[in-house]
Write a new protein. Structure first.
Length: 485
C-alpha cells in the first residue's frame, strides 16, 4: 500500500455529509443569460477588431463552462494564467490583460456559484492576502493624496493586483478537494512550463519567428536591446524580462524536485518530472540571472534537507552543473565577465557585480532621498518627479514608495502567513499536499533576500504560481481534516 492509498480520495465528506460535487447543472435561466451575454460581447467586440472578438468569445464560452463545471474552470486557470500573465495589457483586448480577465471571469464565477454549499474557513494566508490588499489600497491612496500625486485609471490596476492572488488561492482551495483534482492541477502546472521553456530556448537560438512573436505579445524588446548594447543574450521567454522568466520557473523546478524526492508519489512519472524540471533548469540558465540561481540552489537544498536526501541531491547537482557548464560555458563566461570586469569611470569593489553596484548608485542618488522625504505613507502608485530611473529594482523599495512603512509591514505579515499556512501541509503524507507546500515554503524563504534586488511579487508569473500552489495545498489539508472527522 502506498501513501496515496491512505489519503482522501474522491468522495471525501463535506461538512454537510455530502460528497463534493465539482460539476453541476445550474438553473436554466442562468445558462440563457450567459448565452445572451456571450452574443452581446461578441457583437460589441467586432467593433474593436476580430482578434478581440475571438478572445472575448473564448472567454464568454469559458464562462458557460464555469457555470456547469467549476473544477474544470479552475484547472483551465491553473494551466493558462501563469503562462499568459506576461502578455501585455491591451493585447488582444484593449485596456485589459488577458490573464486578469480570464482569472476574474472564471474564478469570480466559481466563487459565486461553484461552492455547492461547502465553505471552509479562511486560512491565515487568505486573511493575510486580504489584509495586504486592503493595506495596498488604503496606504497607497493616502500617500498619493498627501503628496498631491494624481492617480490615473491605469494605476488602479497596480493597487488591485493582490485581489487576483486572493481569488487564485481561495478558488483553488475550495474547488480542488480531491486527490485526483489536485494531481491534475500539479501536472498542468508542470506541463505548462515546458512550452515556456521551449519558447525561451528558441528565442535564445533565434529559431523561427519566436523573437518577433514575443515582442508582439509582451511589448518588450529587452532581449534585443541587451544584444544591441553589446551584452550577453539573456532569454525572456513569453515575458518582458529575464528576471520574470526565471522567477516563473523557480517554483516549477522546486515543485518538481519535491515530487522527485518522494518515492511514493504518483502525480507524474519520474521521466516526466525529470523532463519538466530539466527543461525549466535549462531555460533558467539561459536567463543568466544570478539572483534566481542563488534562490534555486538554496530552495532545492531546503526541500532536500526536509526530505532527508540532501546528499543525493548534491551529487546530482554537481553532475548537472558540469553538463550545463560544458553546454553553456562560453555564454556563462561572457556574463560573468560583464559583471566583474573593471569599467572606466566606475569605482566599485571587485567582488560586487556590476548590476548590483548600479542598483546601489540609483538607490543612493534617487530613491533613498525620496524615501526620506515621505517615509511613513510613501507616494502612491506614481513615482515622485525627482526619480528618473523608473525601475525600483527592489520589492521593498517598491512597497515603501507605494504605501510607506505600513505597507512594508503588511508585506512582512503576508510572508509570515505563507510560512504558517504551509507548515502543516509539508508534513502531510499526501504528495499532492506535501510537494506544493514544501515548494511554497522554499520559495517564500529564498524570496526574502531575492526581493532586495528585484520585485518578483509585483511581476507576472511567479506570484500566480505561488498562490496557486498554496491553494492546492490548502485544499488538500481541508479535505484531510474533513476525512478524519
Amino acid at each position: 500500500m502506498t501513501a496515496i492509498d491512505t489519503q482522501p480520495l474522491p468522495g471525501a465528506k463535506h461538512p454537510s455529509g455530502q460528497g463534493p460535487e465539482h460539476n453541476r447543472v445550474p438553473h436554466p435561466a442562468l445558462i440563457v443569460t450567459g448565452v445572451v451575454a456571450l452574443a452581446l460581447i461578441v457583437s460589441g467586440a467586432t467593433l474593436i477588431g476580430p482578434v478581440a472578438a475571438v478572445a472575448l468569445a473564448v472567454l464568454g464560452a469559458g464562462t458557460l463552462v464555469v457555470l456547469t463545471r467549476p473544477a474544470t474552470a479552475v484547472l483551465i486557470v491553473t494551466a493558462l494564467v501563469p503562462v499568459t500573465s506576461g502578455v501585455q495589457r491591451g493585447y488582444p483586448i484593449p485596456g485589459l490583460r488577458f490573464s486578469e480577465v480570464l482569472l476574474v471571469l472564471f474564478l469570480g464565477t466559481v466563487l459565486l456559484t461553484g461552492w455547492n454549499g461547502w465553505r471552509p474557513r479562511w486560512s491565515a494566508l487568505e486573511w493575510g492576502t486580504l489584509g495586504y490588499t486592503v493595506a495596498t489600497v488604503v496606504f497607497a491612496s493616502a500617500g498619493a493624496a498627501i503628496n498631491a500625486i494624481s492617480v490615473g485609471p491605469g494605476t488602479l490596476f497596480a493597487l488591485l493586483l493582490p485581489v487576483q492572488f486572493l481569488l487564485l488561492s481561495r478558488a483553488t482551495s475550495v474547488t480542488l478537494t480531491t486527490y485526483e483534482l489536485r494531481r491534475s492541477a500539479l501536472r498542468l502546472i508542470l506541463m505548462a512550463s515546458v512550452p515556456v521553456s521551449m519558447i525561451a530556448l528558441l528565442q535564445y537560438l533565434d529559431i523561427g519567428p519566436v523573437r518577433s512573436m514575443i515582442i508582439e505579445l509582451t511589448g518588450a524588446q529587452n532581449f534585443e536591446r541587451a544584444q544591441a548594447l553589446g551584452f550577453a543574450a539573456r532569454a525572456t521567454g513569453p515575458f518582458d524580462h529575464w528576471h520574470v522568466l526565471a522567477g516563473y520557473l523557480l517554483p516549477v523546478v522546486l515543485l518538481g524536485v519535491a515530487l522527485l524526492l518522494d518515492r511514493t508519489q504518483q502525480i507524474m512519472s519520474t521521466a516526466g518530472l525529470a523532463a519538466c524540471v530539466g527543461a525549466s533548469i535549462i531555460a533558467m540558465t539561459l536567463t543568466f540571472t544570478f539572483t534566481t540561481a542563488f534562490g534555486l540552489l538554496v530552495g532545492i537544498g531546503l526541500i532536500a534537507a526536509r526530505a532527508g536526501r540532501l546528499g543525493n541531491v548534491l551529487k546530482v547537482g554537481v553532475l548537472a552543473a558540469v553538463v550545463l557548464g560544458v553546454l553553456l560555458g562560453p555564454s556563462m563566461g561572457e556574463r560573468i565577465s560583464e559583471q566583474f570586469e573593471p569599467r572606466a569611470g566606475r569605482n566599485r569593489a571587485s567582488f560586487v557585480p556590476e548590476t548590483v553596484d548600479y542598483r546601489f548608485e540609483v538607490w543612493q542618488d534617487q530613491y533613498l532621498p525620496a524615501v526620506a522625504d515621505s517615509p511613513v505613507l510613501g507616494y502612491g502608485p506614481e513615482l515622485p518627479a525627482s526619480i528618473t530611473w523608473v525601475y525600483t529594482e527592489s520589492m521593498y523599495l517598491s512597497l515603501q514608495l507605494l504605501g510607506g512603512l505600513p505597507l512594508v509591514l503588511a508585506f512582512g505579515a503576508l510572508v509570515w502567513t505563507f510560512l504558517a499556512s504551509m507548515a502543516p501541509g509539508q508534513r502531510s503524507r499526501d504528495p499532492s499536499v506535501q510537494a506544493p507546500a514544501r515548494a511554497v515554503i522554499a520559495v517564500t524563504i529564498v524570496l526574502i533576500p531575492m526581493h532586495a534586488i528585484f520585485p518578483y511579487f509585483a511581476s507576472p508569473g511567479l506570484p500566480h504560481l505561488v498562490w496557486l500552489l498554496a491553494g492546492v495545498a490548502l485544499g488538500g489539508r481541508w479535505a484531510e481534516q474533513e476525512h478524519h472527522r
